[in-house]
Design a protein around this ligand. Structure first.
Ligand SMILES: CCCCCCCCCC(=O)SCCNC(=O)CCNC(=O)[C@H](O)C(C)(C)COP(=O)(O)OP(=O)(O)OC[C@H]1O[C@@H](n2cnc3c(N)ncnc32)[C@H](O)[C@@H]1OP(=O)(O)O
Length: 228
């Protein structure tokens, strides 16, 4: 007997079908997006400027005070807790997941962020990684490429209608990937064998395929709609 997932954990509606980033569901999430963008900008600026020590110390004091103002609010830790809160302000699980995912979340300052959409039985994504994601000189870190693939292939497996967790990712890095350039990813289901979904994907910078990936995603035995 399969356990029926709570409607609150259903991620249908998470995936876009348009290359345009969807609007935030409300002013609260729009404000979070804008704050995340400011934080990314600050991080990249700090990493790429020759900043006087006094200025760094002054900005740190300001940021500590600002962090304390945010921390003074009620704690709602993680996607699950936010979905269970189920308030107008926090939206539904697909909205929350869309906003706070570490690879694609528009409202997560850690995320580049990558935009993902589905069309024609494939999943597409675009992302413009800044200097914050540098690995080898002037190029994208391989671990970040793994993150992007995990997310895109992980989203793509849902074309099968069943969620699953990443079992294996195998990445081949063909060429260095430039920073500060819009990259495109594409992924599709190669085959499904029992609970295993075999995914394939590619990362492109203009007309150069800089990396390719094979992934195996494995559905849980009893909870097909469980989160990724
Ligand atoms: C719209 C939403 C978009 C969301 C995108 C999110 C993308 C991000 C996804 C993630 O990052 S998930 C987090 C990283 N992954 C994990 O934390 C997974 C940790 N590992 C596990 O939970 C379990 O090991 C796993 C669920 C992967 C497998 O456990 P099972 O107990 O279900 O597997 P089982 O041992 O019954 O084996 C089932 C089949 O899978 C195969 N298998 C098991 N582990 C495997 C593995 N790791 N890689 C490849 N194949 C594997 C196994 O050989 C077998 O094949 P056969 O049916 O042919 O015999």
């Amino acid at each position: 007997m399969q356990k029926t997932p709570s409607i609150a954990y259903n991620l249908s509606g998470w995936m876009d079908t348009s290359p345009e980033v969807r609007p935030a569901v409300n002013d609260n999430w729009q404000s979070r997006r804008e704050l995340a963008a400011a934080l990314r900008r600050l991080n990249t600026a700090v990493l790429t400027r020759d900043v006087p020590t006094e200025l760094l110390q002054s900005v740190t004091a300001t940021m500590q005070a600002e962090a304390a103002r945010i921390e003074a609010n009620e704690v709602v830790p993680g996607t699950k807790a936010q979905a269970e809160r189920n308030s107008t302000q926090h939206g539904q699980l697909p909205d929350i997941f869309y906003e706070i995912n570490p690879a694609s979340g528009q409202s997560n300052a850690i995320a580049p962020p990558m935009h993902i959409w589905q069309t024609d039985g494939r999943v597409h994504a675009c992302v413009t990684p800044s200097w914050s994601y540098e690995g080898p000189f002037e190029h994208l870190h391989g671990g970040i490429i793994a993150l992007l693939f995990d997310q895109v292939l992980g989203a793509g497996q849902r074309i099968t209608g069943v969620a699953g967790r990443t079992g294996t990712l195998e990445i081949r890095f063909h060429h260095p990937t430039l920073l500060n350039k819009t990259l495109h990813l594409v992924a599709k289901v190669d085959r499904v064998v029992g609970r295993k979904k075999f995914m394939v994907g590619e990362l492109w910078a203009d007309d150069v395929r800089t990396a390719s990936c094979k992934g195996v995603f494995i559905s849980e035995r009893n909870w097909p709609d469980a989160i990724a």
